[in-house]
Ligand binder design. Structure first.
Ligand code: NAP
Length: 291
């Protein structure tokens, strides 16, 4: 079994980007910039936003966090997005989700210029992804594709089974693996909660991608021998021995599934670290396009 080390690959990607940005700094030129908009004080969102900003700064990108209070109206948020749509110092705009109840998330996502939508959630970018055009790929699925590529895992003609159909993971990764392109060209099945006996599908997977949000849900009897297993899940489970009283586990029962898989991502340290690396990549790509 080969452990897919997302921490290592994400560090490689960040180093590659840092090397591209350094000459811009040295020459006193404009550098790629990302603004992250956080509405309210949700602790998890606040942690994510800080991590993204730190990662930007570490590789020499411009980073700004726009913090708005929890009572911000939809109109106010729309006008903040508009301001950054028109600010040429920022090549990426990320509105941290979820948003407070009074704000329509779809409306906000649609207000971001597709050219600055580095999360890849704008309907126009989603459409481009589906029809196989170059676009901003949503960061977590993009990270999965990058891991498969860098570990030289064959995808052409392989049966990819995705469990989960969310707009941020399941649907985009399924569509990306379907494209007639290098690093994809797979036969794809998407499963969800109406699947009934899920194992009849998962057992057929050459590459199994779990994006469910349920701790240790994929057990060894649901996976065929030598499958490639990609675990997207991030779940908190109680752990009396851990300092914080909990630990983070994936959607896959790693201990047992790892014994029969050919490749597997751990949680933490697999898909998770890739998400931020691909966000930085998308911001750099937007910067290049803007020039
Ligand atoms: P989500 O929006 O809650 O979607 C979960 C999907 O799993 C849904 O499509 C749901 O089916 C399906 N599902 C739930 N129970 C099922 C069952 N018993 N059998 C089959 N399918 C089932 O979650 P998400 O946003 O995609 O996230 C999934 C997991 O990935 C979470 O743990 C999340 O924290 C993690 N995540 C990690 C990253 C990262 O950076 N690594 C990024 C995003 C998400 P229905 O559609 O029928 O309800």
């Amino acid at each position: 079994m080969i452990l897919i080390d997302g921490k290592k690959v994400s560090a490689e990607i960040k180093n590659e980007l840092e090397e591209k940005i350094k000459p811009l700094h040295d020459a006193g030129e404009k550098v790629p910039g990302l603004v992250t908009i956080l509405v309210g004080e949700d602790p998890a969102s606040s942690v994510y936003v800080n991590m993204k900003s730190k990662a930007c700064l570490k590789i020499g990108m411009l980073s700004k966090i726009e913090r708005l209070n929890a009572e911000t109206t939809e109109e106010e948020l729309l006008s903040v997005v508009k301001k950054y749509n028109n600010d040429s110092n920022f090549h990426g705009i990320l509105v941290q989700l979820p948003l407070p109840k009074q704000i329509d998330e779809d409306k906000i996502i649609e207000s971001i210029l597709p050219e600055k939508d580095v999360d890849g959630f704008h309907p126009s970018n989603v459409g481009n992804l589906v029809i196989g055009k170059d676009t901003f790929f949503p960061c977590t699925p993009f990270g999965i594709v990058e891991l498969l590529k860098r570990y030289k895992i064959e995808t052409k003609g392989k049966h990819v089974v995705v469990v989960g159909r969310s707009n941020i993971v399941g649907k985009p990764i399924a569509n990306m693996m379907l494209q007639k392109k290098e690093g994809a060209n797979s036969i794809v099945t998407i499963c969800h909660s109406a699947a009934g006996d899920l194992s009849q599908y998962t057992k057929q997977a050459d590459i199994l991608i779990a994006a469910i949000g349920r701790a240790n849900f994929i057990t060894a009897d649901m996976v065929k021998d030598d499958a490639v297993v990609i675990d997207v899940g991030i779940n908190r489970v109680e752990d009396a021995e851990a300092k914080k009283g909990y630990k983070i586990v994936g959607d896959v029962d790693f201990e047992n599934v790892s014994q029969k898989s050919s490749y597997i991502t751990p949680v933490p340290g697999g898909v998770g670290p890739m998400t931020i690396a691909m966000l930085l990549w998308n911001t750099y790509k937007s910067f290049l396009k803007s020039n």
